[in-house]
Write a protein that binds this ligand. Sequence first.
Ligand code: 1YM
Length: 640
Amino acid sequence: MENEHYDASDIQVLEGLEAVRKRPGMYIGTTDVKGLHHLVWEIVDNSIDEALAGYCHNIEIVINKDNSITVKDDGRGIPVGVHPKTGISTVETVYTVLHAGGKFGGGGYKVSGGLHGVGASVVNALSSWVNVTVYKDGKIHEAKFIHGGKIDQKLTVIGECNPDRTGTTVTFKPDPSIFDTTIYDYETLKVRTRELAFLNKGLRLTLRDDRDEVDTTGDTFHYEGGISEYVRFINQGKTPIHEDIIHLEGEEDNVMFEVAMQYNTGYNENIYSFVNNINTHDGGTHEEGVRRALTRVINNYARKSGLLKEKDESLTGDDVKEGLTMIISCKHPNPQFEGQTKGRLGNSEVRQLADSVFSAGFEKFLMENPEEAKLIVNKGMLACRARNAAKKAREITRKSDLTTTTFFGKLSDCKSKDPKVSEIFIVEGDSAGGSAKKGRDSMTQAILPLRGKILNVEKARLDKALGNEEIRTIITAFGTGIGEEFDLSKLRYDKIIIMTDADVDGSHIRVLLLTLFYRFFRPIVEAGHVYAAQPPLFRIMHGKTRKYVLNEEERDQYLNSLPDNVRSKAEVARMKGLGEMDAEELNETTMDIEKRVLRKITVDDCVSADAIFEKLMGDEVEPRRDFIVENAGYAINIDI
Ligand code: 1YM
């Protein structure tokens, strides 16, 4: 009877493994290079489980000469006794019975990823041969399998070892009749081996390639800091905004939850979550709990500390994840993976655990580290402003139209709608605007008078700039839109001409405009559409002659060229500004295509403008004025 029973289960076992060989995809996904590498992790997972149970500290993975793989650990060793249910050794049972694994152990639970215990038998089913060696109780035990899981050598004691030595060593050779390729890639194994080391702090994993003739020592990965070191690794080459990595952890009902995070100066989010060492690329309850808590805690702190004022809107989840690198790791005895690719954790109780562990710990961090907290909140606030700016920019581009009455009042557009012949003068002040309007060629020349000084966009981000009426008007007039929707081909004018006085205030406005163009309309500058008009500084009259000159040097040169008797009668007048020129005058000196002098603005001009900006735009007014006065010549020259 006993024999009969044994035969029956033996047949069942073989049928089981045969099923795996018939439909390998069902068990390991694919039989391509990915599936080939998957086999390694199925075996390594058993070692990791042993590590999580607290018995294994070192795992070694070797690619052998023949592209077989050896995985060796220093755990307790797979039990060697006869298994009560199968009547065969536990080692053999684990390697031949599908759905074996954790159930046999009793006590602990399987938390590592993979096939949850069926891994060893699946690897056996898809291998040409497998050798399992167990070091236990001072003895070396060995079992061998061939041809997809058929027993070749039952578990046998093949020698003795130091009674202190325990562990399991498994070598398998993937079956070439199953896999498209049986050649292992070292880098692929390395990336995951390193990841496993990060995810299981304290565990030492070594990877070695014995295929080369050259002796390689391989790579050893061992991180006492676990996922904190993972965050530091990802942030390598980025600039963190706070030095210490925030690390929080907690446990409830055998569910372990852990998170490590650090903000960098960048704008991308690097949030990776894992359940039982498996990447949950579609997130799930653990990630949701953290994201929810992150947004709430930062907002609460920002309000309480006064960084976020009552009138300020709350930061969104998108705002607080800008530049955030975060690793979330959850170890769960009974994870429910959802979704098409099973990349999402479904266990609803984890949401609350993640939320409470994260919020308590993160709040404490913010309270205890006010400087870092301020940097983090400010980062979120900047992201919030940028987000609103992008939204406004889109709205403006969409809504703005030249018939809007408020807008219409400011711009005196030209009659021509052909951008190739059209130009726009941006004029300082209403009175100059009035003269310019009268002196223009209304067919091709548009006039846009600027009332006040335009906003310093160096100090304000796009959002604030868009709140400025003068800037909004400029954007609308240009027609290109701004930000994401900027389109150079929609530019309504061939020439954009900045027409400001040749004095300190004029220089100032010019610098502000250059900065605006540089920051928000750089392609317009690059394409050579921006010019500075050169209004004269002096008018020299003698007889019926009227001569305008740009500066003192030209004035003296001109006067010296006159005969003495003429020079003595010449009247030299300093032009007091565009506003004081009449129309007939403005046209002749600054606007007439034939007579005017224009200077093309280059990006370099804008960069210089940008560079002197710090000094120019300091918070104190006096040094700024001094600087402009001292550097009046330079300030004028920046747009030449
Ligand atoms: C290189 C592969 O399989 N190590 C390994 C596996 C097991 C144990 C220790 C182990 C587990 C338990 C008790 C337990 C496995 N045991 C079983 C089963 N390395 C590798 N190391 N004693 C030892 O889970 O209680 C399956 S895997 F089922 F037999 F207990």
